[in-house]
Design a protein around this ligand. Structure first.
Ligand code: FAD
Length: 434
């Protein structure tokens, strides 16, 4: 019998628990340690912030969901992981032992790195649902007393998609409230150019997003280092490509939402061999920590190096699709180890999987299933059976219906809106799904 523990039940940890459970032997045990008993769908937070969703509409009670699947839930949260003892100390003083640990603790939000930043100070956030609820109150105030808006991300951030998404959501919500003409909007970002996204652009994201910002009358400042925020004013330094100071900006605002830099959560930060200096879990291509071979990590908590040099720190985003691939690779690899092999991934006999190979395998099996479905005339209409993984996590881009039956590359059975499997890797404005 082996005890597998998943730490963190967010987007990655929850699907990790489901997928891992399917791979375990009957005698194995699976426990999820998380903070509280609710799962909240982070990508829908921007909708909560303008009132397009209520918090309860994007939350799931994990108690019945896990019970139904035979997964133990420990909602106390982890105080400290102790890898040398294969143990986690929980916040209530108790502890839990594990044979395999999968860390999925997401980000710690580094608001403290910029004076005046964050929902406890002067700017709003959509990183957590409670923040989005607070942002909604500020949004309502903005509608009552319109004034300038500053949206964006600060230096060291790695999640630019939601910042752009929120700018466009805010634009639409302010139009609906008929006050947009009294709200000058500015997008502030450490990216060297609009649409860099921490990936040095994806296709023509520079041109496309610049054009969309212009169309929506949103100005921007790139290469921006936010130095401090006062109750109604943001101070930023714009730097040149060599990092030297180009100019300074003082941007007054009535409402501001800025994404912070991320770092690893305190329960894992600073553990030698486990984390990098920022507290992110170091992993090999099999999602496994090189120092502690029974620890794997998935999601935002893993260390991924930047794609290239930029004047200001700009991190690589970890999107839902990437996280799904990490989950599949981890489930396969732990299942492989449980099948009796303690060999290293590179040794013969153990089929170790990396997220890339997991993605390729799962995409090719999805496309096989899709081909089967289309060739038997089941492409659309009642009684169609979409691939499970596609229907599980995406919503239709046109009608927004979550969990609508979708084929991987074709259409929503409700409205026939199309959505390719690749589009849900990025943050599509107003779609609320991944
Ligand atoms: C506003 C926003 C919108 C996004 N939109 C999209 C999108 O549209 N498409 C997309 O692909 N990606 C999107 N992302 C990126 C990414 O998909 C999400 O951030 C996703 O939630 C990351 O999943 P995760 O499991 O790594 O972290 P999280 O979902 O943040 O989950 C971490 C979990 O760990 C728990 N935890 C933390 N500390 C402890 C502890 N000490 N003990 C126990 N549990 C702990 C937390 O409570 C939480 O439940 C978005 C991100 C943000 C911030």
């Amino acid at each position: 019998m082996s005890h597998v523990v998943v730490l963190g039940a967010g987007l990655g940890g929850t699907i990790m628990a489901y997928e891992m459970k399917q791979k375990l032997r009957p005698e194995d045990k699976l426990t999820v340690v998380t903070l509280g008993t609710q799962y909240s769908f982070v990508p829908s937070n921007p909708w909560v912030a303008v009132g397009w969703r209520q918090p309860e509409e994007i939350a799931v009670d994990l108690v019945p969901a896990f019970k139904q699947r035979g997964i133990d839930l420990r909602p106390e949260g982890a105080k400290r992981v102790e890898p040398a003892r294969n143990r986690i100390e929980l916040n209530d003083g108790s502890s839990i032992d594990y044979d395999y640990l999968i860390i999925a603790t997401g980000p710690d939000l580094a608001f403290d790195e910029v004076p005046g930043l964050g929902p406890d100070a002067h700017t709003q956030s959509v990183c957590q649902t409670t923040h989005a609820v607070q942002a909604k109150a500020a949004f309502d105030k903005l509608v009552r007393t319109p004034g300038p808006v500053v949206v964006g991300a600060v230096q060291g951030a790695s999640c630019f998609g939601p910042a752009y998404e929120f700018a466009f959501i805010l634009d639409a919500a302010l139009r609906q409230a008929r006050v947009r003409d009294r709200v000058p909007m500015t997008f502030v970002t450490p990216e060297p150019y609009i649409g860099h996204l921490g990936l040095d652009g994806v296709g023509d994201t520079k041109g496309l997003i610049e054009s969309a910002l212009r169309d929506h009358h949103i100005k921007w400042v790139t290469n921006a280092r936010v130095t401090r925020v006062e109750p109604d004013k943001l101070f930023a330094e714009e730097v040149n490509d060599d990092g030297s100071l180009k100019t300074t900006h003082e941007l007054p605002f009535t409402f501001s939402m800025l994404l912070p830099a991320f770092r690893g959560v305190p329960a894992v930060a600073g553990i030698e061999g486990l984390t990098n200096p920022r507290g992110f879990i170091t992993i090999d291509k099999h999602q496994r920590n090189p120092a502690f071979n029974n620890i794997f990590a998935i999601g935002v908590c893993v260390a991924i190096p930047p794609v290239g040099k930029t004047p200001l720190a700009v991190g690589v985003p970890k999107t839902g699709f990437m996280i799904e691939s990490m989950v599949t690779a981890t489930a396969e690899n732990i299942a492989s180890l449980l099948k009796g092999s303690s060999r290293r991934p590179s040794q013969a006999g153990t089929r170790f999987v990396s997220p890339t190979s997991a993605t390729t395998a799962s995409l090719s099996s999805r496309s096989r299933r899709f081909r089967r479905a289309t060739s038997t005339g089941r492409r659309r209409g009642a009684g169609c059976t979409p691939p499970r993984s596609a229907s599980r996590s995406i919503s239709c881009a046109r009608c927004g219906r979550a969990r609508a039956k979708l084929f991987t590359k074709i259409s929503c059975s409700t409205c026939s809106g199309s959505r390719s499997s690749r589009t849900f890797t990025s943050n599509l404005p107003n779609d609320g799904g991944i």
